[in-house]
Design a protein around this ligand. Structure first.
Ligand SMILES: Nc1nc2c(ncn2[C@@H]2O[C@H](COP(=O)(O)OP(=O)(O)OP(=O)(O)O)[C@@H](O)[C@H]2O)c(=O)[nH]1
Ligand SMILES: [Mg+2]
Length: 293
């Protein structure tokens, strides 16, 4: 097992941050990964560039090498004329953060406008251009949460919570291109487990204040849902991860998710579309032909 951990820890994961222009990608990376101050006059990005993120391995023990997991987090241009988002940009991507601006509905629509092929969709672009054997985790980020007034309903011009919930569940239940769980294809018997394992992580962030709330379909929920799925598919719900309160921690959570899933893949000797991460498989039905004991 140790050999597996060492091998995985040697890898540098590639994570891209994508999303429409002026949603706050550069500020999120500045505040969350570079330790910079928020910049309310930040220039638009014209060339993709990365910052190195290091996260302590949760399974590291004193005396072992590779205490840290390393990831390159790529900032990209949101403005269409600078995008040059080609297939090469998504090559060897292990994780992605898709950002929209809560005060800009159009930026949210461009995350996943539906099944039509005509308009911009960051989710679809990610799925079509990345390698499903490598892409292990995706986080949706609702940025500029500082513009929301706590305890009050959102302004009608802002992205509404019900629309976000719908997108998150659509991503679990509908493939933007095929109609199955969207990150990886799976045999029909396993499809529910795959869908849940490949659900988007969801972070509500403010680069301005370096605050974050993170929501995930977690292991406990998944196990319960698996048992109940036949009768009650709508029992799925996102739960808040209390330990994550800053943008920095949200980025770390994504790196850790990628690491855990990749380790799982390696441990199984299969690719990421093998066993879904952290889902306890339902035991096969017991043979009824053998009545003995
Ligand atoms: N209120 C508020 N404003 C923000 C936040 N994050 C970014 N902004 C502002 O939004 C504008 C765009 O921010 P950027 O970080 O440059 O956005 P970007 O997504 O990198 O934009 P492109 O590089 O053009 O794709 C700037 O004026 C920021 O100050 C936030 O969390 N809250
Ligand atoms: Mg930028």
């Amino acid at each position: 097992m140790e050999v597996i951990h060492e091998a995985v820890a040697d890898t540098v994961y590639k994570i891209i941050m994508i999303g429409s222009g002026a949603v706050g990608k550069t500020n999120l990376i500045g505040v969350g990964a570079r330790g910079c101050q928020f910049n309310d006059m930040s220039p638009m990005t014209t060339n993709p560039e990365f910052v190195t993120v290091k996260v302590k391995r949760p399974d590291w023990k004193p005396g072992q090498a590779n205490q840290y997991i390393t990831a390159h987090l790529w900032d990209t241009a949101g403005q269409e004329r600078y995008q040059a988002i080609s297939a090469s940009h998504y090559r060897r991507v292990n994780g992605a953060i898709i950002v929209y601006d809560v005060s800009n509905k159009q930026s949210f629509k461009e995350v996943y406008p539906g099944l039509s092929n005509s308009s911009l969709s960051w989710l679809r672009a990610l799925k079509q251009n990345s390698d499903p054997d490598l892409l292990a985790a995706v986080m949706l980020m609702e940025n500029k949460a500082d513009l929301l007034k706590k305890g009050e309903p959102r302004q009608p011009s802002y992205v509404q919570e019900a629309d976000v919930d719908k997108l998150l569940l659509d991503a679990v239940f509908k493939d933007p291109t095929k109609g199955l769980g969207w990150l990886h294809d799976a045999p029909s018997a396993d499809v529910h487990a795959y869908r849940v394992a490949n659900a988007l992580m969801f972070a509500r962030t403010s680069a301005a204040t370096n605050e974050c709330e993170l929501f995930e379909l977690n292991e406990r929920k998944v196990a319960a849902v698996n048992e109940m799925f036949q009768q009650q598919s709508d029992a799925i719900g996102y739960e808040k991860t209390e330990q994550v309160t800053t943008v920095t921690k949200a980025i770390e959570a994504l790196v850790l998710r990628i690491y855990e899933r990749s380790k799982d893949m390696t441990a199984n000797g299969s690719k990421v579309k093998g066993k879904p991460f952290k889902i306890v498989p339902t035991p096969p039905p017991t043979e009824t032909t053998d009545a003995c004991c």
